[in-house]
Design a protein around this ligand. Structure first.
Ligand code: FAD
Length: 384
């Protein structure tokens, strides 16, 4: 079957990257078809913490994150997509980390990006159940956001369908994409054909269905992250995104701090750092707390080398460290899962075919923060 409508743009992949490309294209008045293989997006975009923290990014990714915050707020003002402006806080657990948060505060002062240093007492007053032994001080960003990862993206898609004339096909696997007579032809697994002037492919960590040869030579990596969520805790009130000492050693923003190299080299918890473990907490609207995470990597051509099981040793490492930070009334978990994202040494992988097919994936661990802002810039670059 050939659909009669010719679109300005077809977007393949309904995760954060694809959906925010649709948002910006629709705002320019383009006709857009978004195609998603699952019933509802089910990959990285729904498996994360839902922390929108530009403060952790550097350079253009910080800019994309800042724009992203405004875009989230803009949509939230029109319909509830689960955005909360409840801030983020980095907690320092030793003198080196304290030094880094002080230095980052100075960097953001110059950039006029609001942040507040908190001493130990102020952190204890601000962060419910924070262990007195763990924390020496914190850096707070009141303007940053959280979203509910299991809800947000489908809510944005529903908003775009109902208020912005988005055509959305779910449960539709695209298995072929090509250029014929100057048009893009997209064919799904049932043989249906869709036509557009241009295509954006945001297929996340799916490298084998479309353009496998391009992905094989892309330099992309697949990252597996282990996560867990507690039972709801009505008596605990954790506000916003909680990021901790090992995050201070990991996030890109801190690389610009004068003491970064020295502090990073101290490596106080080698076993945790070996598995890329840093501890983040985010309490959801239902009062459960998402805790994670670990990072294990595989080359794009050897993704099966990442075991499909949940490694209990890594979960124990995560939990032992988490218990040093918060004194929760229970550590009973409701679920454990693994999430996967694609990452690229350049921050994202972009490949364009004949100025018609735009492949973009590999935004890494920053996609909930930066996809909205990056997609805006990318659509502007494509359409001028
Ligand atoms: C555990 C975890 C925690 C994270 N925490 C955070 C966080 O707190 N803050 C933050 O900023 N970032 C976070 N991230 C990163 C963020 O989730 C990702 O960067 C982002 O979701 C990537 O979005 P994406 O659209 O590129 O990929 P995906 O979400 O993987 O979406 C790709 C979509 O394309 C679809 N698709 C693929 N191939 C086809 C095809 N052929 N036909 C049709 N559809 C197709 C897939 O079904 C999928 O829905 C986290 C990631 C993980 C895994």
């Amino acid at each position: 079957m050939l659909t009669s409508k010719k679109y300005n743009l077809i977007i393949i992949g309904g995760g954060a990257l694809g959906t925010f490309h649709a948002y910006h294209a629709l705002r320019r008045g383009l006709s857009v078809l978004l195609i998603e293989k699952d019933n509802t997006p089910s990959q990285a975009t729904v498996r994360n913490f839902g922390q929108v923290v530009p403060s952790g990014q550097e350079g253009k990714w910080w800019e994309y994150g800042r724009n992203g915050v405004e875009i989230y707020k803009e949509i939230q003002a029109k319909t509830n997509i689960s955005v909360r402006e409840n801030g983020s806080i980095y907690l320092a657990s030793n003198e080196g980390e304290l030094q880094l948060i002080n230095e980052l505060h100075e960097i953001y002062k110059e950039k006029e990006y609001a942040s507040h240093l908190l001493d130990k007492e102020a952190c204890l007053a601000k962060v419910d159940r924070l262990s007195e032994k763990y924390c020496l001080g914190g850096l707070h960003f009141p303007q940053e956001l959280t979203v509910e990862p299991r809800q947000m993206i489908q809510k944005v898609i529903d908003f775009l369908i109902h208020d912005n004339q988005l055509d959305f096909l779910h449960t539709t696997l695209v298995k072929h994409c090509d250029i014929h007579d100057g048009n893009c032809e997209v064919i799904d697994s049932k043989g249906n054909k869709y036509i557009s002037e241009r295509v954006v492919l945001c297929s996340g960590s799916e490298f084998k269905t479309l353009f496998p040869d391009i992905f094989a030579n892309s330099g992309l990596k697949l990252c597996k992250l282990q996560m867990m969520r507690t039972v709801p805790m009505p008596d605990v009130n954790l506000e916003g995104a909680i990021l901790t000492g090992l995050t201070v050693r990991r996030y890109e923003a801190f690389h610009a701090c004068p003491s970064y190299e020295k502090v990073y080299a101290e490596n106080p918890k080698p076993e945790l750092q070996k598995y890329g473990i840093h501890i983040l907490f985010k309490q959801g609207i239902d009062k459960s707390i998402i805790i994670g995470d670990s990072h294990e990597y595989a080359d794009v051509n050897a993704t099966e080398s990442l075991d499909f099981g949940i490694n209990t040793y890594l979960n124990d490492l995560i939990l032992d460290e988490a218990k040093q930070i918060l004194d929760l009334p229970t550590w009973q978990m409701e679920s454990y899962w693994a999430g996967y994202y694609a990452s690229h040494p350049k921050g994202i992988f972009e490949h364009t075919i004949a100025n018609k097919i735009f492949i973009t994936t590999g935004i890494g661990g920053k996609g909930m923060t930066t996809s909205a802002g990056y997609a805006k810039a990318h659509i502007e670059e494509m359409y001028g």
